[in-house]
Design a binder for this molecule. Structure first.
Ligand SMILES: [Zn+2]
Length: 157
């Protein structure tokens, strides 16, 4: 594996089962007006047009700072969840992180800073859940590609 070229995110898409959306709606409501956060577990596979980040599980994790504009998670709890997911058959890996906004799902300045730091810790996918245009939940999918934050399509399966 060591001789593989650096991964290209060209054409990347994220997928998530529609059934998981209700989990996100509930955690956003329960934590309002604070941000809620969750770890995303699944797999990265290769699709026809590029990498596919497949979210298979959304596991809520406490927002330690209880803030409407920021979140922070306990690395020990994160590690425990990662170990549990690794022990499953088949195993699932950490593919990203989700957090909610009390308002819209656009990337905030704080998010950009955090995303670029977290990219070094190989957090791939950022899902941000907020208000859609008609009051429904809207989830934006973002990756850091070539040092820049870029929105990618989120496909519900
Ligand atoms: Zn945010």
């Amino acid at each position: 594996m060591g001789d593989e070229p650096e991964i290209s995110w060209r054409g990347a898409v994220a997928t998530m089962p529609q059934a998981l959306v209700s989990i996100v709606v509930a955690m956003r409501r329960v934590n309002h007006p604070h941000e809620a956060c969750a770890l995303l577990f699944g797999h990265v596979t290769r699709g026809g047009s590029g990498p596919v980040i497949e979210v298979k599980a959304v596991r809520e994790i406490e927002n330690l700072v209880r803030s409407p504009v920021a979140f922070e998670i306990d690395p020990v709890v994160q590690y425990q969840m990662m170990e549990e997911e690794k022990a499953r058959d088949p195993p699932r890996s950490l593919v990203g992180i989700l957090h909610t906004h009390p308002g819209n799902q656009f990337v905030s300045g704080t998010d950009v800073k955090y995303m670029k730091n977290a990219a070094r810790l190989s957090t791939l996918l950022w899902l941000i859940a907020g208000d859609g245009k008609r009051g429904e939940l809207d989830i934006g999918a973002y990756i850091v590609d070539g040092g820049k934050v870029r929105e990618i399509p989120l496909v519900y399966t």
